[in-house]
Structures are given as C-alpha cells and as structure tokens.
Design a protein around this ligand. Sequence first.
Ligand code: ZN
Length: 241
Amino acid sequence: MAVLKLRQGIAAAALLVLLYWDIWFVAAAFFLWLAVRELRSDGSHGDGGFYLPYFLGVIALAGACLWPPLSNWRFESKMASVATRLADGRRAPVHCNTAVDMIFSPVQLNPGYTHFETGEISFQKHACSDMRRYLRAPQEADLGALNALNLITHEAMHVRGERRESVTECQAVQRNFRAAVLLGVPEPIARRNAADIYLKLYPLRSGSEYFSVDCAPGKALDEHLSDSTWVVMAEDQAAGR
Ligand SMILES: [Zn+2]
C-alpha cells in the first residue's frame, strides 16, 4: 500500500513537472531519442536495421512538438521588447502563465500582473490568447482583444515605476497608440484601437480603483505626450476621419 502511494505521489509530481516545464519539450525529446536510436540501429537486434521513412517521421514529429514552445518563446520575446520600450528601457520580461503557473499565481483573478521586484510581467493563459487574437486581426479587435493591448501597456507602466492603479491605467490609456505601433499594428488601425480603448473600455472602469475623472485631455493626469492617444484622436477628428 505504502509502495502504491509512493508511486502515485511520484507520478503526480512527474505530471506537475511535465506540465510546468512544458510537455512539448518532453515529447520532442522522446521523438529525438527514437530518431537517435534508429540512427544507431544496425539490425543486430532483429529490427531490420535503419529505416529512413521511420527516421524522417520521428524527426518530423520532434519538430512538430518543438513548434508550440518556440512560437510561444517568440511571442513572449516580442511582448517583452515592446514592454521594455514602453517602460522607458527598464527590462520587462513577459511570461504567459501555464495551467500550473495559474494555480500558483498570487492574483488568479487578474488577467495580468507585474512582479515589482524583478520587473517581470505575467499574463494569464487567456490574456495571452486574447493578445495573439489581437495581433492576428487588430482591425477586428473586440473588447477582449483591446483589453489585452491595454494590459501590456498598463503592466509596462508598473515596470516603469508607477504603482497607483488609477495613474497607471491613465498612463496606459495615453500610450496605447504607441504600444500598438510598437507591436507592428498598421498606424490607422492602431489609432482606432487606442481611441476605442479610451472611449469604450476606459468608461467601464468607472467606480473602480483603475478610473480617474482626471484622466482626460488637459486634465491633471494628461502627460502631454506628442504621440498620445488623445493627440491622434484630435488629429483624426480634425481630418474628419
Ligand atoms: Zn495594475
């Protein structure tokens, strides 16, 4: 019985480790091991020796397993680079939480949060999905996708040094056009996305710690940035766009 419990415990621990370290790497390592084993096969074990189609098949499977983590790494790197630039050069690594990360997350209900000691930004799994969706089709951004854009700007403002939520959110509101352009969104769409966040998303914060009546053009929290969302909104209005 004790042995069974020990085995179950080891199996559960191994499963947690696999989930944490990304099961894709483990699967890729398994297929690579099969490939190496096939390369070294000389037929002495009665297995027919090296068989090219099988070898190519397991190499292809190893590559397919490496694609999701590599794609995630590229995505996180891109987000980190943009967040660092928004944070005026302060290093802001970005991490998409896995299912296991979410269990141990200190703020499970927040779509994202910043570790003030390290400057690391964590996005919950669904927030990363929203951001990917936004980057795939920014011209069709719904409120969830716009929220993801605002989230990376908001967390970058925390890395930049602001801790008060209402001020942080207002700094983000003013920089969402800049953030979208840095993410590679075409400028006309970035203008519309930033304006939509201010006009449609920001009012929903009313009554919460993220909202301030002073967050408006010419009011106390206006930083008078040359590329502020409010500046591009005024330009678009003047041009009749
Ligand atoms: Zn915040």
